[in-house]
Design a protein around this ligand. Structure first.
Ligand SMILES: CC(C)(COP(=O)(O)OP(=O)(O)OC[C@H]1O[C@@H](n2cnc3c(N)ncnc32)[C@H](O)[C@@H]1OP(=O)(O)O)[C@@H](O)C(=O)NCCC(=O)NCCS
Length: 218
């Protein structure tokens, strides 16, 4: 039985977090071996690194004391999504663009294609979003497959909610997909309501894909 505790993220956890992100990043499943997105560093730029570097105080990890203090899960987020979107574009946009043009486009054509596919489909992401007023915070949560469904996700989410509440922020939202059959019951059980279904799609060649937005008032 793992002996789990939750603590604030530290810089030394970066590689573990990036690995967990990659191993759970394909609609909740492992990307390794799918040949869909082999540029692991770019995947990190897109989904994790911004939070780890610029919103460190809102990041927490789950650690297994019985396995040499291994990091087995994380929750990352922001208290202010509107500002985070702006900061992400400013601080990560150029890194992503340079890597796409001068590295990924040549070395990892499958990753390049996925990013272009996503950018074409993600129109609503750049529209001003009234949701952010009521639910300003958002989160990303991922637990290693071999540690899932034994309460770690719940512990991480409880810790993040406690942190957001303490900061005086009134609500949290998050996006997932209709294909993520672990995340949907998880968020429902934790008191999140489905607010929106959008046609935005991240992954190519996944039929009937929809983006679901869940939210909770604190
Ligand atoms: C979603 C996720 C964070 C849940 O964390 P977890 O530690 O597995 O969840 P918990 O053990 O705390 O489970 C709480 C509830 O979530 C639901 N749940 C968790 N795993 C589930 C599964 N495999 N199938 C169905 N429901 C599941 C259940 O309702 C569960 O309550 P129960 O134990 O009474 O059945 C985890 O499965 C995960 O990291 N998945 C891959 C990454 C991902 O999809 N992240 C979310 C992206 S939006």
């Amino acid at each position: 039985m793992p002996d789990i505790y939750i603590r604030p993220y530290q810089h030394a956890d970066e590689q573990s977090v990036l690995q967990i992100c990659y191993r759970t990043g394909f609609m909740g499943q492992d990307l390794s071996g799918t040949n869909r997105f082999n540029d692991r560093k770019l995947f990190g730029y897109l989904f994790c690194l911004f939070y780890l570097r610029y919103e460190t105080e809102h990041c927490f990890v789950a650690v297994d004391r019985s396995n040499g203090d291994k990091v087995v899960g994380y929750i990352l987020g922001t208290l202010d999504t509107r500002n985070q979107n702006r900061q992400f574009a400013w601080k990560m946009g150029w890194r992503i663009a340079l890597r796409l043009l001068f590295y990924t486009g040549w070395r990892y054509t499958e990753s390049f294609r996925e990013v272009i596919f996503f950018l074409k489909g993600a129109r609503s992401k750049i529209e001003p979003n009234p949701l952010y007023k009521v639910y300003p915070a958002h989160l990303h949560i991922n637990v290693l497959p071999e540690y899932q469904h034994c309460g770690i996700g719940s512990k991480l989410l409880d810790r993040f909610e406690q942190h957001v509440r303490k900061s005086g922020v009134a609500g949290i939202h998050l996006s997932t997909s209709n294909r993520n059959l672990k995340a949907i019951p998880f968020y429902r059980k934790k008191g999140y309501d489905l607010l929106l279904e959008k046609e935005d799609t991240f992954w190519s060649n996944v039929p009937d894909y929809k983006t679901l937005v869940f939210a909770k008032k604190l």
